[in-house]
Design a protein. Structure first.
Length: 224
């Protein structure tokens, strides 16, 4: 199971010199997100920390416990799953947009290690949090393009093409599920969504939603 990090000490104990931090709502965590994780690990970072949050006022995300479970299930299918951790949202409640994250960056720097922010270019706008603009970034192209990102980010920038542009976004995944359609997901992930009646699946697939009960016992391991 994916490690859940609940303290600065646990983050600092992670292996590798370059740690990536990837924040988002992840509702749900999709193959597109997983592709970003895997590409970041293949090209730019030694270990990646997923930082889920619920800070976007325009969204009403699913309960965090379900989003964490879906992240864990998705990561369990990846060959780089042992190089991925998830930050407890109670520890980094605002993800990389927080003083606690800046404290982590400083602590890593004192240990001669580097924190890199992983993001999609559509999230890097003129309202992007100024204190992290000077940090090194790994940015995946989605909409804005390199020139727009460079106008915001002052730090070292690695700009990468979308790893799998055809994969559905979280918004598209929710739409497909509520319409009773199968979106691109592993079987246990799809079963968990149906078992917990997420994203309106109970309205279109009531028998499936009640039949698949085994994923409801899925629990994540918090690092001691």
């Amino acid at each position: 199971m994916t490690k859940i990090l609940t303290s600065e000490t646990q983050v600092l104990s992670l292996p590798g010199r370059r740690l990536g931090f990837y924040q988002g709502t992840f509702d749900p965590f999709t193959h597109g997100h997983l592709a970003v994780v895997e590409t970041s690990l293949a090209t730019s970072v030694d270990h990646l920390v997923i930082c889920p949050h619920s800070n976007n006022p325009a969204k009403r995300p699913s309960p965090m416990e379900h989003r964490l479970s879906l992240m864990d299930l998705m990561a369990s299918h990846s060959p780089v799953g042992d190089r991925v951790s998830i930050c407890d949202p109670g520890f980094l409640q605002e993800g990389t947009w927080s003083q606690r994250f800046l404290d982590l960056v400083q602590a890593l720097s004192q240990d001669r290690r580097q924190a890199l922010v992983v993001a999609g270019d559509d999230g890097i706008t003129q309202s992007y949090w100024r204190p992290i603009r000077s940090l090194p970034h790994v940015v995946f192209q989605r909409a804005a393009g390199l020139a727009a990102v460079r106008s915001v980010i002052d730090g070292l920038l690695t700009f990468l093409p979308p790893p799998h542009p055809a994969l559905p976004s979280s918004t598209e995944a929710r739409r497909l599920i509520s319409a009773g359609q199968r979106y691109h997901a592993f079987e246990d992930v799809h079963a968990y969504i149906l078992a917990h009646r997420m994203y309106g699946s109970e309205e279109r697939c009531p028998r499936l939603a009640t039949r698949r009960s085994s994923p409801s016992s899925h629990q994540m391991r918090r690092t001691p």
